[in-house]
Design a binder for this molecule. Sequence first.
Ligand code: UT7
Length: 364
Amino acid sequence: MRKAKILATGMYVPDFVVTNDLLAQVMDTSDEWITQRTGIKERRVVYDTYRMLQRLAQAPDKDAFLKELYERGLDGHIDATMTTSDLALAATEMALKQANLTAADLDLIIQTSVVPDYAYPGVACVLADKLGLTSTPTFSMNQGCAGFIFALSLADQYIKTGTYNTVLVVGAELLSSFFEYSNRGRDMSVLFADGAGAAILVPAEEGEPSGLISHHLHTDGTLLTKLYGEVFGTTTFPPVVKKKIDDDRVRPRMDGRAVFVYAVRRFREVILECLEANRLRLEDIDHFFFHQANTRILEAIAESLNIPREKIPVNIDRYGNTSAASVPILLHEACQEGRLRRGDLCLLVAFGTGFNWGATLLRW
Ligand code: UT7
């Protein structure tokens, strides 16, 4: 059977850097707390969020500023000069350039994000439009932080079966539009940020060692209220009304401790599941590309499985948690830095809302 391989990668993060110190000017937090609890020093956000944070930092009455922002129907938070699909487009263009391809060469687009441009259609349709494509099929997925792993597995199936040859997988997140930069929103808003990462997959040559080997995917919906957001949902109608804002139901929700504990457990389990399925030992893996959720989560996994730290690339200190974009950004940076050699065994693992989690084993 055919095998799929990653031909090229791309990434995009906005230019605007939000330091922990800037966040400490808009809410009760500190560089020390954020660094110790999460490992994050700074993150990137789109201009609109950056400008809003600057204004919030200057505002004499921050509660009044936020109230006004929310009473303008949430629209005031972000003027949408950049949307999720724009981030996806920038990462896609880099990957296409690296692959020496144009958008017209793509047979299929699989895109994954938590926060879409519109309620409908999905981000992939908007991205296809921005790429000038009028009949290339697309999937818009939302598997949270695990989205890239789930999307990769789909791309692999289409290539293996010979249905498609050139597949774009892109994780893009404009999360800063979603979170509340206030004391009550501080548990989440210090963690998440904006960015996009893309990969272009093609069939491996006959006899070529490179390629995707196996995927291990899981979902447990029973714990969805541990990490979820109502704003774009249809569980209540109409989606955003003043009462809902007054009832404080428009903010994303997270039980950080529960997510932490569950993430460490499921990371560990899925790594062991993948190793067992492929009759491999931990020592056989050259690189562990873990979703950048929190350095303490990464350390707990490394410690419990005894994985050498140098095999676990980390960039959460610079980008925060970019959800579905975090694994492809990490992968892209590793390629650019020359860390990856042809033939290296890589294990990509992610965990996120849903809960969804999964692992992909591939040979670079
Ligand atoms: O991709 C998956 C997405 N989610 C995650 O990966 C999240 C996983 N969880 C975590 O990363 C951690 O649970 C957090 C970083 C969110 C929180 O760290 P923690 O060590 O679990 O802290 P905690 O929630 O137990 O809170 C400890 C204290 C609380 O104060 P009290 O009740 O002890 O007085 C919080 O109110 O820290 C307070 N706190 C903060 N303080 C300063 C919560 N957020 C902040 C903040 N700055 N940003």
